[in-house]
Ligand binder design. Structure first.
Ligand code: NZQ
Ligand code: ZN
Length: 387
């Protein structure tokens, strides 16, 4: 196990009715910039609960943060926040809204001489951000309890992340019952994203980090167990609660401690979204099974452990490892997320592979994987298998 330091300052309020906790978290005198997406929160009652909990505070609303939050749109929110002299940011939505809230909170505290685009990709140091609160409506990204955010700039085909402890939310509300209104496509996305966050921090090589391995296996097994229940009945509260907690824990920060990490699937996936506008989790489902095949030799030991402990497979290490990859692909397909480019109408596989390779080179992501040996040519080969 490698050395590590760990700190997570976000207070989590988990369970039904917990949106009311906002009243205890945001001071009565606060001027709050309320960010949300395309309106799902108005249809499922979350908006009404949030407004009730904010009673007495000055609220400035910004609606319309898009999926894969767009820099230009977020800058409109920054302008609105400046005009409204806000001193808190409250994001209510999925990962896109929460990531957008982190960017806006950082941009509002930035020296006005500095171009806010430099926040993205960590090209300028951040001294502070406005305090951030989150109400999660889509369990997937873990953005509600981490210090990462991903912002897209369509005109330049950039989808880049930034990480900074100043954007840790002060608090987040996780009410699992919000899952009831998720479109099936977003439920599938949530299951796949949480799954791949866990594998990226676990399917590397054995490193004597036994607790972290078993945390990862617990999260993966839970996702596999609850998926059929949710596909049958999205309002099954026990399954909702376990999905929301599993997705949170996948990105909370405990799973990767002391472990080698492989974020190559996410790196490739972000380029696919930048090029084709695919949902984040769709890009992961396309990439991961082929990446595991491509890196089979180096990952074989952990793949065999994963196959035995998560999928209950038995037999020779090589056979178990291969069967574990097949089970992973089948799982993604079973929750309605295609693992093939053709599943999203992309038929020119060579163009997709060329595009991903060029984008990775442009973004200097040229030494990926837990050994830093996965090159843009390897990523090209991985996408060539995804037709
Ligand atoms: O916009 P609204 O109307 O709210 O609808 C949203 C959106 O259309 C809808 N939705 C969310 N909750 C709902 C709901 N519909 C009905 N009922 C509900 N309860 O779902 C759609 C997708 O939402 P979005 O926020 O885009 O999805 P997700 O949570 O998957 O977030 C994806 C973004 O997060 C980034 C991704 O790259 C992508 O930009 N990620 C952030 C990470 C982080 N901060 O740590 C890590 C991840 O790996 C990921 O990269
Ligand atoms: Zn992800």
């Amino acid at each position: 196990m490698n050395n590590f330091s760990f700190h997570n300052p976000t207070r989590l309020h988990f369970g039904q009715g917990q949106i009311a906790q906002i009243a205890n978290e945001i001071p009565p005198s606060a001027r709050v910039l309320l960010l949300y997406g395309g309106g799902s929160i108005k249809r499922n009652g979350v908006y009404d609960q949030v407004i009730a909990a904010l009673a007495g505070r000055t609220v400035v609303e910004f609606a319309g943060v898009p999926a894969n939050p767009e820099f230009d749109t977020l800058m409109q929110a920054v302008e609105l926040g400046k005009k409204g002299k806000v001193d808190w940011v409250l994001g209510v939505g999925g990962g896109s809204v929460l990531d957008g809230s982190k960017f806006v909170a950082a941009a509002l505290a930035l020296d006005p001489e500095i171009d806010p685009w430099l926040i993205v990709g960590n090209k300028t140091p951040l001294k502070s951000a406005l305090p951030i609160g989150c109400v999660l409506t889509l369990p997937a990204t873990g953005s509600e309890a981490n210090f990462a955010a991903v912002v897209t700039r369509r005109e330049t085909q950039d989808k880049l992340s930034f990480k900074n402890p100043v954007v840790f939310p002060r608090f987040s509300v996780l009410d699992p019952s919000v899952i009831t209104t998720l479109p099936p496509r977003q439920l599938g996305n949530g299951l796949v994203d949480a799954f791949v966050h866990t594998t990226e921090q676990y399917l590397t090589f054995p490193n004597e980090a036994r607790v972290q391995d078993r945390l990862a296996e617990g999260i993966l097994s839970t996702l596999v167990e609850i998926a059929p229940a949710l596909l049958k009945d999205q309002s099954d509260y026990a399954a909702q609660a376990n999905l929301m907690w599993a997705a949170d824990q996948a990105m909370y920060g405990l799973v990767p401690l002391g472990q080698p990490l492989d974020w190559a699937t996410h790196a490739i996936g972000h380029e696919l979204t930048a090029l084709y506008g695919l949902d984040h989790a769709q890009t992961l489902a396309i990439t991961l099974p082929n990446l595991l095949e491509h890196t089979f030799e180096t990952k074989q030991a952990k793949l065999a452990q994963y196959g035995r402990r998560v999928w209950g497979l038995s037999g020779d290490d090589t056979d178990v490892a291969r069967a574990a990859i097949a089970a992973t692909r089948d799982f993604f397909e079973s929750v309605g997320v295609s693992t093939r480019l053709s599943g999203y109408g992309i038929t020119d596989v060579a163009a997709a592979a060329d595009g991903v390779r060029a984008q990775l080179i442009r973004h200097k992501r040229v030494a990926l994987g837990e050994h830093g040996t996965l090159t843009p040519d390897d990523c090209h080969a991985i996408i060539m298998q995804a037709g």
